[in-house]
Design a protein around this ligand. Structure first.
Ligand code: DC
Length: 210
């Protein structure tokens, strides 16, 4: 079974995907990490994420080895990841890594922005996880604060809206729900409640398909 989980920044898709993967015994890929990995490598070499040729080169030979998870989660790397994600050559290079992961025997759970629309249009279950920009900004602020990065709520909200606009507005594989995706709004929901709803959707789709 392939489960595709898409949605904007800090909607809860990472937490939901990990919980679904554990529940159904499937491997999980956070595809945003690949884009963040490209951004991290560029910044580490003093290169701009806007340098299209450099970003494509990094993506084609991307190795995630030796990159700490925490280094990928910073606001700087996230913003640069959103820039490299609009680069078509980067998306093409990372497509194969994601597709191979999805097609392993038994299936997988992948979360990102274009899993249900581009990477795995044939996924068995597609979830589109969203939440209000205000709630996502608050969650992201708390997440960064726990890592020692203090950013005001106003700045976080502005960054969240800017990221949404860039992710949804790009020409190649923009963020949007697949037509056959199931919408899950996590605004005001606890983690447990959101995960329960996601499992219910997956179980309903599976039993409907027989
Ligand atoms: O989910 P995230 O914040 O870690 O993603 C980082 C950036 O990568 C985000 O701006 C959108 C982009 N991305 C994408 O374009 N396609 C994906 N499948 C995953 C992430």
């Amino acid at each position: 079974m392939i489960i595709a989980v898409d949605g904007p920044l800090a909607a809860g898709k990472g937490t939901i995907s990990k919980a679904l993967a554990a529940h159904y015994g499937l491997p999980h890929m956070d595809t945003g990490k690949l884009y963040r990995g490209v951004a991290y490598r560029l910044l580490a070499q003093g290169l701009s994420p806007h340098d299209q040729a450099a970003a494509a080169g990094v993506a084609k030979s991307l190795s995630m080895q030796g990159i700490e998870d925490e280094a990928l989660r910073t606001a700087e790397v996230g913003a640069a990841a959103s820039v490299v994600a609009a680069n078509q050559a980067v998306r093409q290079a990372l497509f194969h890594l994601q597709r191979d992961f999805a097609l392993q025997p038994g299936g997988a759970v992948l979360d990102g922005r274009d899993i249900g629309t581009v990477v795995c249009p044939e996924a068995d279950v597609k979830l589109y996880v969203s939440a209000s920009p205000e709630e996502r900004a608050r969650r992201r602020q708390a997440e960064l604060s726990a890592m020692g990065e203090e950013i005001s709520y106003e700045t976080m909200l502005a960054q969240t809206i800017e990221r949404d606009t860039r992710d949804s507005g790009r020409a190649d594989a923009p963020l949007r729900p697949a037509e056959d995706s199931h919408l899950l709004d996590t605004t005001g929901l606890s983690i447990e409640a959101a995960v329960d709803k996601a499992r219910l959707i997956v179980d309903q789709v599976r039993s409907a398909k027989g």
